[in-house]
Design a binder for this molecule. Sequence first.
Ligand code: HEC
Ligand code: HEC
Length: 355
Amino acid sequence: MKRYIIVVFIVVVFAILYSCKKDTTLPADFKATPYTLKIPARFPAPIIAIDNPMTEEGIKLGRMFYYDPILSTNGKSCVTCHFRENSYSSAPLFLASNGAKISVIPHINLAWNPDFLWDGSEPTLDREPLADFGPEFFNTNMSELIQKLKNHPKYPILFKQAFNIDDIATLSEKDLQLKIVYAITQFLRTMISADSKYDKMLKRQVNFTPEEMDGMQTFMTERGDCFHCHGDPLMTSNTFNNNGLDSVLTGSNLGRYLVTLNDFDKGKFSSPTLRNIELTAPFMHDGRFTTLEEVVEFYNSGVNWNSPNIDPIMTKPAKKYGLGLSTTQKANLVKFLKTLTDTAYINNKDFMSPF
Ligand code: HEC
Ligand code: HEC
């Protein structure tokens, strides 16, 4: 009898051990499923890194990492600063270690950006989140993270499916970080916004009010000249420009110059997309404006003509004394900007937490 109990005991122990083992075996011919981005009508070709092709499995893994505080030692994850309801931006300004206040950039159509961050210092989306492992963000302890991932019920098999990696621990810390970031950026590339009232109006699914129509006139013609730097369809020219926020440039207000050290780049910033702009206050790289009305008034009457390298569009002779928009025209311009809001985007379940 005693022997019988011992045998049962051993069998039970083995059964438990077996069920706990993270089985990463997949059929020998297993291949991750290629994912093709659905490109909205009128959009140009997206920029997909050759070394990080998108797959269903990679996107699934990236979505988990995006939301999972497992990457940090301080409970932070990407959503600590990127809130869905703010188009994956957030109102509190980020305080950099050098004291600079930085407005959190939203995620919108990142697959079309040729450069990242306000000063364009990161040329590749697939490298941008690497900084998040650092002390200012996740303060990640890599050896701890490797253990947590290895013992996790889901991550080992997901790594195998997405990147054909059998054992996470065989990767160098750098390579592991890169794979995590590759997965996250595959997910980020799926975050496409092209279903705003503006898009629907162009597809003739809805009509603009006369006020919105008038605002669009200001935006798209020489009356307001906004389209030069925030043009259709991405609502950004993806260029670096100085829109005349300051006449004297110091510290982080030097913008692109801090990356290139070229005097010609002083005061230039990456012209941001205006899609979902209603959701992403405060505005400009340092969040100096709280409302769209303030932004419009800045372009109407507050541009600093003597700012170094100010964009020639801002100083066209007719603009010498500002845009000269009437109160109604300014209000209508704001109404037009609000037609760029895409609620289907922020309510898209595919982007929400998988946990
Ligand atoms: C502590 C707050 C914080 C956390 C956490 C955070 N971000 Fe950000 N993110 C920012 C700020 C601030 C910027 C703008 C920084 C700049 O331009 O200097 C930014 C910019 C970005 C950009 C650039 C977008 C563009 O169009 O240039 C991407 C992409 C991004 N974050 C992705 C992520 C991902 C992915 C994570 C998680 C791995 C993450 N962020 C975590 C604050 C944060
Ligand atoms: C010469 C190019 C240029 C023109 C023309 C221009 N902008 Fe901008 N815009 C920029 C740049 C560059 C920034 C970011 C500046 C910064 O943060 O330092 C910006 C920022 C903004 C922002 C804030 C975006 C954010 O995410 O915080 C809004 C809103 C905006 N512009 C609206 C307009 C409107 C409305 C017009 C027309 C009246 C206009 N812009 C004309 C280049 C331009």
